[in-house]
Design a binder for this molecule. Sequence first.
Ligand SMILES: Cc1cc2nc3c(=O)[nH]c(=O)nc-3n(C[C@H](O)[C@H](O)[C@H](O)COP(=O)(O)OP(=O)(O)OC[C@H]3O[C@@H](n4cnc5c(N)ncnc54)[C@H](O)[C@@H]3O)c2cc1C
Ligand code: SF4
Length: 330
Amino acid sequence: MKEFGYQRVLDVSEAIAVLGADPDARFLGGGTNLVDLMKTGIERPGRLVDVRELPLDRVEVTPDGGLLIGATVTNSDLAAHPEVRRRYPALAQAVLAGASGQLRNMATVGGNLLQRTRCGYFTDAAGPCNKRLPGSGCPAIEGEHHNHAILGASGHCVATHPSDMGVALAAFDAVVRYETADGPGELPLADFYLPVGDTPHLETALPSGALITGVTLPPAPVAAHSRYRKVRERASYAFAIGSIAAALDVRDGVVHEVRLAFGAVASRPWRALEAERALTGGPATAEAFAAAADAELAAAEALHHNGYKVPLMRNLVVALLTELAEEAAR
Ligand SMILES: Cc1cc2nc3c(=O)[nH]c(=O)nc-3n(C[C@H](O)[C@H](O)[C@H](O)COP(=O)(O)OP(=O)(O)OC[C@H]3O[C@@H](n4cnc5c(N)ncnc54)[C@H](O)[C@@H]3O)c2cc1C
Ligand code: SF4
């Protein structure tokens, strides 16, 4: 492991100044992804700027009835927060579905958004990988890709984004807030992750040196009727092979509003806008849910070993929306 310096910062302007003065420095949240990647030489910062003592550790209800979630709120505190559980239950469930209790106690919201892909070629420093070493190739396409992307990928990279939390945030139109030396900025989550194209090494639209300060969730009454479901290869803890965040408002058997986002199928949390369009204003039936899933998944491009994700996601959509519709009818 490369030697590195360590510095704890206590306010936001200090954090930005320290990072700005050292191009080799990186922010450190809980360290549960960055430090792992440093151990294998995939990440090689010269200095870690620890942001966990910054005053960004609160979840607050905003005046318009949404939520502001600080960047250093731990995954455990986020999932346990009563307003998150009441207003956006799928978010609490998504966070609890990720990692283990010990990891969630350390992992932060900012770090969760910026965690790197779990593609095995990306984490193998000895081999090629376009995301790690631009232009070196993508061995996953002809190799091991059973858990890789079926939506929005490219011939340059087919990796998936591993965050569970991000899937629920995508369903609820989250906005990422950040601070730079030039002042504050914000990015809707839909624009935060860049399309893969031929630049898979460029993952987000976050300006260089920016500190994520928090995430806002606009008010969304439909989110109170939401759920997260994750399919994984073992029950204890594991990354998703497919997941879904869904919220549904049904009135007199008709879909008034629906939110759907998919996880583990694309390089970013995947908002299923085609499915939402297909459902809104129509009947809340299993047939309609299946047709909406098919509309979304029509764009899927499976490789040799990940085609199972298409029926998996279809079944998840039908199962979860049916549950939510039955609850609405009670
Ligand atoms: C065994 C294991 C199992 C896991 N299982 C799951 C799972 O099932 N689902 C899931 O979603 N996740 C899972 N994770 C991943 C875990 O959720 C992430 O490691 C964690 O969320 C990262 O948060 P962190 O605060 O530790 O980030 P760090 O590791 O500290 O940082 C990650 C990245 O974010 C940057 N960063 C951190 N904070 C900021 C900030 N405020 N502003 C700008 N940049 C910042 C860092 O520089 C770094 O690039 C698992 C991890 C492990 C080790
Ligand atoms: S899928 Fe992406 S991360 Fe994995 S080997 Fe290919 S380029 Fe690298």
